[in-house]
Design a binder for this molecule. Structure first.
Ligand SMILES: Cc1cc2nc3c(=O)[nH]c(=O)nc-3n(C[C@H](O)[C@H](O)[C@H](O)COP(=O)(O)OP(=O)(O)OC[C@H]3O[C@@H](n4cnc5c(N)ncnc54)[C@H](O)[C@@H]3O)c2cc1C
Length: 569
């Protein structure tokens, strides 16, 4: 028998979005936060470069300019009402973080220091050396512990439960014991982060498997703009570990095998600080033209000219990564880099208060919320600017918590469906009972390979179709997998199997959405449709799961202040 717990609110995910929402709720209602890793090991902790806010500490800046840069960076697909909320709230959010003790790096006068970042027209990234996400998550976690938030750590949520279209709970496996638990609640927030692990080369931690996308999709909730997967230009070659854009913010320059600082040709004004979609494509173009280093699939990122002392002070973690993983001393030698799967712009669609949207008419799903990388409130559109995700998680995490509080004042807790744990129980039983079969790593590597080769930074119809077909075939093969580990306690192989199922589900959605968008916009760059097509595609993709092919609908983009223009840097 599964154990039953009752709470007002269930938050799935203890990264920045989930933790910030939990703090907002803890004093007025009962809150449970479920997380598959210890809270401070959430991917937010790896964020290096900074959090964007137009504080204007280095030169004059304003939320309006932040908004314009973000709209332009999004290739005009971001919803401008949401972007305005983000940029206006960014400043109080950073001050709030400062007041709870986040140790931001400082200017000589003692103000919060800010460094330049890609696509931002002023130095706007507030940072704590190159450990920004780590210090923010730890500070918020401390506040949540003080607020007595109930954490269920190493609990893996497998399924959302709905009753007649209203959320009523979720099923989770306690990975420590293998026991199933049912959480009965009035409202749920999906804060499960991103899913870069569908790609062979990625900056994402092992936990970045997009469980929340699959959970929502399988519960009948649409996914929005899933075709927009961001490739960060500077992953450490050959591993894909992130080398923050902060390196270029501090003066780093990309060079090809001829020693040429090639970004001058692709983005004459912003050069190495152009947005990520543009720089990643430039690197691929250089490699395709035979100008990769030693004829291989990487270029160099040079930083030693800013001096050893500055590197050790401002980029200490980067210095260590380069030494540890590839034996390069970046105070003397260039860093080998290549684009790496990094961030999902799409996700579970939400409105301005984090309420999940069920259809193209913006009908909310009662009691269901989402924020952070799992959500698509659409502030990043077709391409996210660096440092805009951390601020997105905290701004919309807080708003979501606030709205959930109001929802709880009116809402009733719906009954649970009969035998809520049966589906998960049957799946786990099957996975643990099979003795002969395919290993999960085999399916996973094939999926990551086809997504990388056929649905990466450059795309075309037949390759995307190939990715979709192959992922669907791999999903059909899922039934044949067998695990070596049949135990109940800390069965990490079982967890990987559950994650693989989720990745197969949402990777297919990425490839399918990508085929629907017959244009090039932001991170979605097609060799068969090379231009942006506002007449036909200035709209959001909504993908619904059906028994056969997914169903596609379209949602309007909100344009308030800035009409679409050609995007030049
Ligand atoms: C290496 C790296 C560097 C980055 N640097 C920056 C930066 O400098 N600036 C910036 O703005 N952005 C940066 N980003 C992006 C940004 O860090 C993330 O988008 C953001 O932190 C995501 O936060 P989140 O709260 O949505 O989710 P996460 O921090 O990813 O947390 C997800 C949570 O969900 C839980 N979870 C997931 N699935 C389940 C499940 N099935 N059951 C239970 N729990 C589950 C996890 O345990 C975790 O607690 C970076 C990203 C990476 C990968």
């Amino acid at each position: 028998m599964a154990k039953l717990h009752t709470y007002d609110v269930l938050i799935i995910g203890a990264g920045l979005a989930g933790t910030r929402a939990a703090i907002e709720l803890a004093d007025t209602c009962s809150v449970a936060v479920l997380t598959k890793v210890f809270p401070t090991r959430s991917h937010s902790t790896t964020a290096q470069g900074g959090i964007a806010a137009a504080l204007g500490n280095m030169e004059p800046d304003s939320p309006e300019e932040h908004m314009f840069d973000t709209v332009k960076g999004s290739d005009y697909l971001g919803d401008q009402n949401q972007i305005e909320i983000l940029c206006n709230n960014a400043i109080p959010t950073v001050y709030e973080l400062e007041h709870i003790g986040v140790p931001f790096s400082r200017t000589p006068e003692g103000r919060i220091a800010q460094r330049p970042f890609g696509g931002h027209s002023h130095p706007r990234a507030c940072y704590a050396a190159d450990r920004t996400g780590h210090v923010i998550l730890h500070s918020l976690f401390e506040q949540s512990v003080r607020a007595k938030v109930n954490y269920y750590s190493e609990f893996f949520v497998t399924e959302l439960l709905l009753n007649g279209g209203t959320v009523c709970g979720a099923v989770a496996a306690d990975m420590k014991t293998g026991e199933l638990h049912i959480f009965h609640c009035t409202a749920i927030m999906i804060a499960t982060g991103g899913g870069g692990r569908i790609y062979r080369i990625t900056s994402n931690a092992h936990v970045g498997t997009g469980d929340g996308y699959a959970m929502a999709f399988n519960a009948g909730i649409p996914l929005q703009d899933m075709e927009f997967a961001q490739f960060h230009p500077t992953g450490l070659y050959p591993l894909g570990i992130l080398i923050t854009e902060g390196v270029r913010g501090e003066g780093g320059i990309l060079i090809n095998s001829e020693g040429e600082p090639f970004m001058e040709r692709y983005a004459p004004d912003m050069k190495d600080l152009a947005p990520r979609d543009i720089i990643s494509r430039a690197i691929y173009d250089e490699i395709a033209a035979g100008r990769g280093i030693n004829g291989k699939e990487y270029v160099y990122l040079r930083i030693h000219h800013i001096g050893r002392e500055a590197i050790l002070k401002k980029l200490p973690e980067i210095y260590k990564f380069c030494m540890t993983y590839v034996g390069v001393d970046c105070t003397k030698d260039p860093i080998p880099v290549m684009p790496t799967g990094h961030y999902m712009m799409g996700g579970v669609p939400t409105d301005t208060m984090g309420r999940v949207i069920a259809d193209e008419n913006n009908t909310p799903v009662p009691g269901l919320y989402a924020a952070g990388e799992a959500a698509c409130e659409s502030v990043h559109g077709a391409n996210r600017l660096g440092c805009n995700s951390l601020v997105d998680t905290v701004v919309f995490g807080r708003r979501t918590g606030k709205d959930m509080r109001e929802y709880l004042a009116e809402a009733q807790r719906p009954a649970l469906p009969a035998g809520p744990e049966k589906k998960t129980e049957a799946l786990i039983k099957k996975l643990l009972s099979k003795t002969d079969g395919i290993r999960i790593s085999e399916l996973r590597e094939k999926m990551q390979g086809t997504m990388m080769e056929n649905c990466g930074a450059y795309r075309e119809e037949k390759r995307m179709q190939k990715a979709y077909d192959e992922v669907r075939e791999l999903a059909a093969d899922y039934d044949k997998i067998a695990l070596d580990d049949k135990t109940q306690q800390f069965n990490t192989e079982l967890q990987e199997a559950l994650e693989l199922k989720n990745m197969l589900d949402f990777a297919a959605a990425v490839a399918y959405s990508a085929m629907q968008r017959k244009e090039s916009r932001g991170a979605h760059s097609r060799v068969d449709f090379t231009e942006r097509d506002d007449a036909n595609f200035l709209k959001h993709t909504l993908l619904f799961k059906t028994d056969k092919e997914p169903h596609t609908a379209w949602r309007d983009v909100v344009i308030t202040r800035y009409q679409p223009k050609e995007r030049k840097y």
